[in-house]
Structures are given as structure tokens and as C-alpha cells.
Ligand binder design. Structure first.
Ligand code: TMP
Length: 204
């Protein structure tokens, strides 16, 4: 199975990732936890460039292409081989993040994203995508407690509002794949929703 987790800043993805790994392992899955951008040595170098505040003047289109370059490498080295071995890949962000951040946030043409998606992994989509949704102001408050902002975290609340709406549109367009979670509550409240989704969507 290929499972992805998505959400805006401060949605609590890391904690949910950890709990999902444990949940899956307890039920006999061999889990490969990974993330985007990143997940391989080369892709982590691209991540460093993409998130570095000192990366100035990166064009929106170059940002989009670096996201997909990182993804192509990650698919080739980690995701596809693990799925072929019958393992469960749990990925912190995937192409839905590109639709949300580069499409919604940056306003890049969605047709371009669709073309790159088809080129890089047209035949492969996640089996399940858990979207942690919460009001932008609340997410930014939580994220600001984590320390120094990266290149994306420095964006305006208008940017993150567009990201949120783009994520919700993605979820509406693929209701069979997405499960939208209200991530505004406590960690336990959020986990109980995610736990319910895993129980309902994953074969015993
Ligand atoms: P995070 O994984 O710590 O949330 O940081 C990754 C950042 O990269 C986050 O701000 C979202 C951004 N991102 C994109 O803009 N497009 C993408 O396709 C992906 C995977 C991430």
C-alpha cells in the first residue's frame, strides 16, 4: 500500500506519521516511512535547496521542476522498489502538496502540474491520502513555536489560505482516495479520527 499524509503548516503531520507507523507495524505491515521533498540522498539535497531561506530568486517554475525532480528520484530509488517488495510506503507529502503549494499557493497553471504528474508517476497514485485540515491562523501559530521559519513558512497567510483551499479541492476531486481530518483539536482527538480512517480503509 502507498499511503500519504498531507496538510498545511502546523497541522501535526509528524506526530500522526509516527503513530501511523506504529499502527501499521502492529498489524504486520513492513513500513517504509519517508518524506517529500526528500527521501533519498539526492532528493534531500534538493530539499535543502528548496527550503533554504538563502535560496533567493528561485523562479516558481524552477521550484515546481525541482519538486518533481526530487519526486522522480524518490520514486525510482525508494517508493517503487518498496511497493514491489510488498511493503507499505507511508510518505509525508507527495504530489497533492505540489497541487496545493505550487498550484494553489504560487498560482502556477494546473495543466503544467498535471503534465508533470503524468510524466513522473502517471500510473501510480496513493491508495490513501490523509489530509490534516485546520484553519490557517491556528496552523501558523503552532508552526511558529517550532523555531526558525524555512523558505515556505515565511510566506503570507494569503498564500497558506490558497494552499488550504487547493488541498480541499483536491480532496473533493478524489473522495475515494482522500480522507479529510479536522486537525484543529488536540493530538488525541486528531489521532482518534486517523485511527478510525485506518481501521475503515485498510484491509485487516
Ligand atoms: P515539511 O515536509 O516539513 O512540511 O516541509 C516541506 C515544505 O515543502 C512544505 O512547506 C511544503 C513544501 N512542498 C511544496 O511546496 N511542494 C511539494 O510538492 C512538496 C512535497 C512540499
Amino acid at each position: 500500500m502507498f499511503i500519504t499524509i498531507e496538510g498545511g503548516e502546523g497541522a501535526g503531520k509528524s506526530t500522526m506519521m509516527e503513530r501511523m507507523v506504529t499502527w501499521l507495524e502492529d498489524r504486520g505491515h513492513k513500513v517504509v516511512p519517508t518524506r517529500e521533498p526528500g527521501g533519498t540522498e539526492l532528493a534531500e539535497k534538493l530539499r535543502a535547496i528548496l527550503l533554504d531561506k538563502n535560496t533567493v530568486g528561485l523562479s516558481d517554475q524552477a521550484e515546481l521542476l525541482l519538486m518533481f525532480a526530487s519526486r522522480a528520484q524518490h520514486l525510482a530509488e525508494v517508493i517503487r522498489p518498496a511497493l514491489q517488495r510488498g511493503e507499505t510506503v507511508l510518505c509525508d507529502r507527495f504530489t497533492d502538496a505540489t497541487w496545493a503549494y505550487q498550484g494553489g499557493g504560487r498560482g502556477l497553471p494546473l495543466d503544467d502540474i498535471a503534465i508533470l504528474e503524468r510524466l513522473v508517476h502517471g500510473d501510480l497514485q496513493p491508495d490513501l491520502t490523509v489530509l490534516l485540515d485546520l484553519p490557517v491562523a491556528q496552523g501558523l501559530r503552532r508552526a511558529s513555536r517550532r523555531g526558525e521559519a524555512d523558505r515556505f513558512e515565511e510566506e503570507s497567510s494569503g498564500f497558506f489560505e490558497r494552499v488550504r483551499q487547493a488541498y480541499l479541492r483536491r480532496a473533493e476531486s478524489a473522495p475515494g482516495r482522500f480522507a479529510v481530518v479536522d486537525a484543529s483539536g488536540s493530538m488525541e482527538e486528531v489521532w482518534s479520527q486517523v485511527d478510525g480512517i485506518l481501521q475503515a480503509r485498510l484491509p485487516a
